[in-house]
Design a protein around this ligand. Structure first.
Ligand code: AMP
Length: 281
């Protein structure tokens, strides 16, 4: 496994790895890896010849009162996990290597989709995400890039960006990997204390309750959100920021759920903000 920290090291590694016709896959991450990230590595490995992973905590996507300074990091552990999983190339750029001129003056505008769901509560977040992903796609020029469905809005926006701006990389979505009790794996789960960790699993239970209602034939979004809220209300450490039924393509709220409906939620568990979603249709 080649570890590149600078643009020139990355270019050298790519030259060495890009044998004739080799297909290149990229898994962008912010590190502090878990099985969810590693499932993306497996997915890309099944579709390409060369698996590249980037590990970069991107300041552009954090708001001023968010957790950039405390975001968990463990480079040695990440590298060991990636090596064991068979990654060929890891890019670990320091800040000045990603943004040599300082914060970029030109950024990607996510448009109206970026203002829905999480975008309403995290202004600038998706512009930061799309800008760094555009840079990574430019640096790696991968044939395939994989993103997790856990970050449902992020995946939808990246898919749109790559299509609207003809970026040429195939975007693949990976299913959500969960802990045994259903909690979606996340680097931020490391913030949870013991009691918070127990109650955090109720988020998934709430989504499953909504899914069960949908499968029974309930279609009114209000009732489906109500089913979620009722379950979550039993966990006092949980505080719902939003719970919405949206169309998976437009991300617009729908009053009546159909086969394209997704329930997306953001929930504070103590001070930790967790997101999750379920495809209803
Ligand atoms: P992050 O390091 O949180 O920026 O995540 C990097 C990539 O891993 C993103 O595409 C995420 O959607 C994906 N990811 C994170 N957690 C999970 C999970 N539990 N299941 C599947 N994909 C995930």
């Amino acid at each position: 496994m080649i570890v590149a920290r600078t643009r020139s090291e990355l270019a050298g590694a790519q030259q060495a790895l890009r044998r004739d016709g080799a297909r290149f896959g990229l898994v962008p991450t912010m590190g502090y890896l878990h099985e969810g990230h590693l499932s993306l590595v497996d997915l890309v490995a099944a579709r390409t010849d060369v698996v590249a992973v980037s590990v970069f905590v991107n300041p552009l996507q954090f708001g001023p009162s968010e957790d950039l300074a405390t975001y968990p990091r463990d480079e040695a552990r990440d590298l060991a996990m990636l090596e064991a999983r068979g990654a060929h190339l890891v890019f670990l750029p320091p800040l000045e290597e990603m943004y040599p001129e300082g914060p970029p003056a030109v950024r990607v505008d996510p448009g109206p989709l970026g203002h829905r769901l999480c975008g309403r509560y995290r202004p600038g977040h998706f512009s930061g995400v799309l800008t760094v992903v555009a840079k990574l796609l430019g640096l790696f020029r991968p044939d395939v890039a994989v993103f997790g469905r856990k970050d449902f809005q992020q995946e939808a926006l990246i898919r749109r960006m790559v299509s609207d701006l003809d970026m040429g990389t195939e975007i693949v979505a990976a299913p959500i990997v969960r802990e045994d009790d259903g909690l979606a794996m996340s680097s931020r789960n490391s913030y949870l204390d013991v009691e918070e960790r127990v109650q955090a699993a109720v988020i998934h239970a709430g989504l499953q309750a909504a899914l069960a209602r949908f499968r029974e034939g309930v279609r009114e979004s209000e009732m489906l959100v109500g089913a979620f809220a009722e379950v979550v209300a039993a966990a006092p450490l949980l505080d719902v920021q939003y719970a919405e039924v949206v169309d998976r393509w437009s991300l617009e709220s729908v009053e009546v759920a159909d086969e394209r409906a997704v329930m997306a939620v953001a929930v504070f568990c103590g001070k930790t903000r967790l997101i999750d979603n379920v495809e209803l249709g």
